[in-house]
Design a protein around this ligand. Structure first.
Ligand SMILES: Nc1nc2c(ncn2[C@@H]2O[C@H](COP(=O)(O)OP(=O)(O)OP(=O)(O)O)[C@@H](O)[C@H]2O)c(=O)[nH]1
Ligand SMILES: [Mg+2]
Length: 168
């Protein structure tokens, strides 16, 4: 894999947003996701329970775990009209931020709406559109997590011809 070994990504987002299914797809693990009950470390990914993002009492866990990673993935379900991220949430986490819109394969997916929701929580940073089911956007996430800086992520996006990513 192209990624530097020390790079690690934490996935945060609502209950059922698709974090664990995406984790499995990114790692090529062919197993169904089950409800996440605690922090789970798999290779270069830290998967979190949706409760950590939904309940402010758990924000301290997110902050503490963020110290162990290089990148934080803000996962938003494309089929949901609501977001649970507080405005500007990413600004309080001093790591490289990546927005991730999940379930773009779903008939009721609205990727524009989901991207707008992410932008409120994460004013700056690339947004990747993914389907864990159809394996879309996975290489883009792996490549972004291999980047060392915001600038590198921006250059990667600019040089890429992919409809699964936007960085403005
Ligand atoms: N259509 C579609 N459904 C998906 C996709 N990824 C996940 N899902 C569905 O979304 C539901 C929740 O997926 P999980 O991966 O368990 O969600 P999670 O974010 O890990 O949830 P918690 O562990 O509770 O925080 C499951 O029923 C999945 O089948 C996808 O790419 N496309
Ligand atoms: Mg999970």
């Amino acid at each position: 894999m192209a990624k530097a070994k020390q790079h690690r990504a934490m996935l945060i987002g609502a209950i059922g947003a698709g974090k664990s299914t995406l984790t499995n797809a990114l790692l090529g693990r062919d197993v169904p996701a089950i409800k996440t009950q605690s922090l789970l470390y798999y290779d270069w990914i830290v998967d979190t329970p949706g409760e950590y993002t939904e309940n402010p009492l758990f924000y301290k866990n997110i902050m503490a775990t963020a110290l162990e990673v290089t990148h934080v993935l803000f996962v938003q379900d494309a089929t949901k009209s609501k977001t649970i991220f507080p405005p500007g949430f990413a600004s309080g986490i001093p790591k490289l931020s990546i927005g991730v819109v999940t379930k773009i394969d779903a008939p009721n997916a609205d990727r524009v709406r989901a991207a707008k929701q992410i932008r409120k929580a994460m004013p700056d940073g690339p947004i990747v559109y993914v389907s864990a089911y159809e394996k879309q956007g996975l290489d883009e996430i792996r490549s972004l997590v291999a980047c060392n800086s915001r600038l590198q992520m921006r250059e990667y996006c600019l040089n890429l011809e992919s409809t699964n990513i936007s960085d403005m």
